[in-house]
Structure formats: C-alpha cells, structure tokens
Design a protein around this ligand. Structure first.
Ligand code: PLP
Length: 388
C-alpha cells in the first residue's frame, strides 16, 4: 500500500528525534528557549535597580557584548527585530514608492518593515544551496530590469528607484553575502542584512550582519537566544550608528532635564528588563551554538541513511543551524510528513508561505522564483532546541 512505506520511515524518524531529545513521550517543540545562566539574577537585579524601562546599565552592557561578539563598531538595542529592520531601512534611505529587493522565502517581518516606509518589495529568487538570496539571480535581474541614472538604480518598467536590498540568512545559514555586496555596490543599492536568524553565523571568517551598510538581529522567543522580545541594529558607520540610537529614542535631544526633539522619532528601544535577559543569554551564545552544531551533525548522520536530504551549511561558512531542515520529494510527501510528525507530538513545519503569494504582496514585481517555489514545496523544519 502507498502509505505503508511512509509509515515505517516516518515512525523511524519520530523514534530517532525522541531519542535525540531524550523524550519518549510528550510534545517536542520546534525551538524552545533555554534559561540556564544568569537570567533570573540579572532580571531581579534590574527590578531592584528600578531601571526597568528603556534606560539602564543592561542595555549598555548588551550593546557592548554585541559589538565585542560581532566586531561591529555600533550596536543599538531595539524592542524587536522588526523595529530594528524598520529603522535600518529608514537609515539606508528607503522612501515612499521605492523598491526594495527581497527574497520571497523569508519571514513576513522583512516585507512588513519596508512597507512601513511606503516602499514595495521586488522579489528575486533564492539559491538552492544557501536558501538565501541568489547572487547570480540578483545580478541577472539588475542587468535586465534596471538602469542607472545619476548614481541611482531604477526599475525600468515603472521608473521606481531601487534603494535597498535585504538578503536574509535563512535558518542561520549564511547567504553568499560577499558577492551580493559587490553586486549591490555596482548598482548603487544599499545592502541591509536581515540576520535576524543568524546571530553568530560566520561567512568567510566574518559575522553575518556585518557585511552590509547595516544589519539586524532578533532576540525573539524562538531565536537562538532571546530577551523575550528584542532586536539589534549593527553598523560600522558612525553617523548611522548614532542616528539609529537617536531615532529609536523618540529623537530626543540628550539633556538632563529639557524635553526637546528634532524630528519624528520612534519608541523602539529595548527595555532594561529585557536587556538583563539578553546579557545573560549572550553569555551562553557560544555554548548554545556548539550544542546546535552537534545536533545538526547528529541529524546529518541520521538522514544520510534515509531518502531525505538534510540541509547543511553552505561552503565558506560556519552556520549556527538555528532551525534544522530536510527536503522531501514534493509537496504531497511534505504534507504526509507534517501530518504524521505533528500527530505524533514531534513539531515540524513547512517554511513560510512565499511572500509573493500573500495577498498584500501578490501584485508586487518579481523575477523568476523557481528555486523558492521548489524549496517551499519540499522543505520542513525539524525540532532544533538547544539540548541542555
Ligand atoms: C525573527 C525574524 C525577524 C524579526 O522578528 P522579531 O520577532 O520582530 O524580533 C525578522 N526577519 C526574520 C527573517 C526573522 O526570522
């Protein structure tokens, strides 16, 4: 019978995943946070200090940790990754009616953030190895569809300016960010890295998020480390670094007692209470990454003996494997897999619905998206929590 071969294989996978997580029964989530360090201590300390809101020592400490860890010259802690993206895009000069290049396989936050500025996404395909924006497809799109006028890039069909490009390091795996950067430079397009999922991932010896004009990380509850909610903007540009801090604090002119503001600002700073958690989680980041890389190795060995392809880190990179993934044969097999796993208490899920298929973005311009369509049909994410 058609289903019996699947049943045996899928049961085998459930058994293996339960063994990996040491859980013979009960629910195995996709990614749960781990608080095994100083989280309680620092949070209680923040409460005792009365500095629980957007000013406080933990905010400063967290920003210093991010700078030390990533090598970025400036780090600005934000309320979440989406607000960090919003400000990064604003600082990159994205304006009303502009186009911003995105990959269709991403989390909605990328497209939401650029929409807050009145810009529209234009979708360019992913690479099947990295699962992030394809450098080759990007170059092809820009060559065919755009023209340069006075050091600015315009989409020929509509004469809209293409002001930024936002590749995303999918599931923590680095994109070919060096090539993408080179292409963007050639076309006068600012590069913003959506490294929400890849804090700690390295490409050619350099941290993801530090290649572009600006980069962002997320510390949402499902990411590798979390502050409940949180995000960071990083940049090496002094003007942009200072401006990011200014804009996220209501554009208030620093003064001991005067309340004056010099432009429209945002209440986007990370509260000190969350920063207390973030500092404790940063102390654990390397240990978590080691742990996640070990898990990926176990998965890779296991899936080698199955018909399913385990997604491994691209070449020239060291991935944090935020979410592990396998590729199934097609959408039908994917549905059978998801149904079986989730019924048996092992949380698995498909990747996001492609952005260009959502009703808010279905009329946006797009290039050929064959890789994204194939990956979306075949990919499922597997339980990926740190095992401590
Ligand atoms: C998590 C995430 C974000 C930011 O999310 P927040 O929940 O706002 O912190 C942005 N982009 C991608 C690709 C993400 O996965």
């Amino acid at each position: 019978m058609f289903f019996s071969k699947y049943f045996a294989m899928f049961s085998h996978i459930v058994k293996q995943i339960r063994e990996i997580f040491g859980k013979n029964e009960g629910f195995i989530p996709l990614h749960e946070p781990k608080f095994v360090g100083n989280e309680r201590k620092y949070v209680l300390d923040a409460i005792d200090s009365t500095f629980v809101s957007s000013v406080g020592e933990y905010v400063n400490r967290f920003e210093q940790q991010i700078k030390d860890y990533t090598g970025a010259k400036y780090a600005v802690a934000c309320a979440n990754g989406t607000s960090a993206l919003h400000i990064a895009l604003l600082l990159a000069g994205v304006k009303q009616n502009d186009l911003v290049i995105c990959q269709p396989l991403t989390f909605i936050a990328t497209c939401n953030a650029l929409s807050y500025l009145g810009a529209e996404p234009v979708f360019v395909d992913i690479d099947k190895q990295t699962l992030g924006l394809s450098a080759e497809k990007l170059a092809d799109f820009l060559e065919k569809e755009t023209e340069i006028k006075e050091n600015q890039c315009f989409f020929k069909k509509t004469n809209q300016k293409i002001s930024a490009c936002v590749p995303m390091h999918t599931f923590g795996h680095p994109t070919e960010i060096d090539k993408i950067l080179e292409i963007c430079k050639k076309y006068y397009i600012n590069l913003i890295e959506d490294s929400a999922e890849s804090l700690g991932s390295v490409y050619q010896g350099k941290q993801t998020g530090t290649f572009g004009l600006l980069g962002i990380y997320s510390l949402n509850g499902n990411k590798t480390i979390t502050s409940g909610g949180g995000g960071v903007i990083v940049t090496d540009n002094e003007f942009l670094g200072k401006k990011a801090k200014h804009l996220t604090t209501q554009a208030k002119i620093p003064h001991a007692w005067e309340f004056a503001h010099d432009q429209i600002g945002y209440n986007y700073r990370m509260p000190n209470l969350n920063a207390a958690m973030a500092v404790a989680q940063m102390e654990k980041l390397d240990e978590f990454i080691e742990n996640k890389r070990q898990l990926a190795e176990i998965y890779a060995d296991f899936f080698e003996k199955t018909p399913f392809k385990f997604v491994t880190e691209p070449k020239n990179s060291r991935s944090i494997y935020w979410l592990n993934a396998i590729l199934l044969k097609d959408r039908t097999e994917r549905e059978l897999f998801l149904e079986f796993m989730n019924k048996n208490g092992v949380m698995t899920r498909p990747s996001w619905q492609l952005m260009n298929e959502l009703k808010m973005f279905e009329n946006c311009h797009k290039a050929n998206l064959e890789n994204a369509i194939e990956i979306q049909n075949r990919l499922v994410n597997l339980p990926s929590s740190v095992r401590i």
